[in-house]
Design a protein around this ligand. Structure first.
Ligand code: HEC
Ligand code: HEC
Length: 220
């Protein structure tokens, strides 16, 4: 009887929590608008950039697939205490990142996280990439392909790599491994006009999985 009761309570609680997450996503959307986040970020897919001028006119990264891109725990913590991701200022090739991203109060950070995590892209297949140290992926990232020329990554001797792309030092905490693969496989969906070279036809699907695994293993 006791087990039965705790099962019922458990079910009721799960239902309550699921309902609550939806309520939080709606509250998060309202908080996103109230905090003027939409002045720099769009949240409605598909990708809106048609020309390179559209890309350079953007004030912040698009967030319409944020729920597929980010790990929820990282996102909630970052919104409450944002730290620079790109070493250079957004859309600049020389100025340092000013590190002045707006910060959300703790409650808003949770509900905005729930709102952003509700924004997903169909191209991201759950379970396609396991984060794991991958020697083939490492070879691609640091030697065979120019990835490390544009991206920071953690190395035994400290962080290394170029600065023109987003830093991948925290990628293992920040990014969903399945999204990394989808991003490499479907540039037309995520970055129809882009600064990063297109690796479709250059890297095989297997090598894209290997390099995604390697990136997903990065921890500071
Ligand atoms: C004045 C423009 C501006 C405003 C307002 C702004 N952001 Fe940003 N946001 C940026 C820029 C620029 C970056 C890139 C920061 C970096 O790389 O360090 C960014 C990065 C992000 C990221 C990480 C995206 C990625 O792909 O790396 C998230 C999530 C985010 N912002 C959410 C928000 C939320 C939520 C708000 C409202 C509280 C907000 N932003 C307000 C400009 C803005
Ligand atoms: C010429 C510079 C350049 C090279 C080479 C390059 N990238 Fe990028 N990468 C970028 C830029 C710039 C972005 C930001 C998105 C954009 O503007 O296209 C990016 C974005 C990314 C992202 C998403 C990061 C985020 O937080 O949004 C991943 C993952 C990535 N690159 C992996 C790779 C891999 C793997 C390779 C090698 C096979 C590679 N990159 C080669 C410049 C580069």
């Amino acid at each position: 009887m006791k087990t039965f009761m705790s099962l019922i309570t458990g079910l009721a609680l799960t239902g309550f929590m699921a309902g609550n997450a939806l309520a939080d996503a709606a509250a998060g959307k309202a908080a996103f608008e109230a905090n003027k986040c939409a002045e720099c970020h769009y949240t409605q897919g598909p990708a809106q950039e048609k020309t390179i001028d559209d890309v350079w006119a953007k004030k912040g990264p698009e967030l319409w697939y944020a729920g597929s891109k980010f790990n929820a725990d990282w996102l909630g913590a970052w919104l409450a205490d944002p730290k620079p991701i790109r070493l250079l200022a957004f859309n600049s090739l020389s100025d340092p990142n000013p590190g002045d991203h707006p910060k959300l109060a703790a409650g808003d950070a949770v509900s905005v996280k729930d709102f952003l995590m509700s924004l997903t892209a169909a191209e991201v297949e759950a379970g396609s990439v396991k984060a794991k140290k991958n020697p083939k992926g490492k070879l691609i990232f640091t030697k065979k392909m120019p990835c490390s020329g544009c991206h920071q990554y953690p190395d035994k001797s400290g962080n290394r790599g170029g600065k023109s792309g987003p830093s991948l030092v925290e990628a293992g905490l920040r990014l969903n491994p399945d999204w990394i693969l989808a991003y490499l496989q479907h540039p037309a969906v995520f970055k129809p006009v882009k600064d990063m070279p297109n690796f479709v036809g250059i890297l095989s699907d297997k090598d894209m999985i290997n390099v995604s695994r390697h990136i997903a293993s990065f921890k500071p």
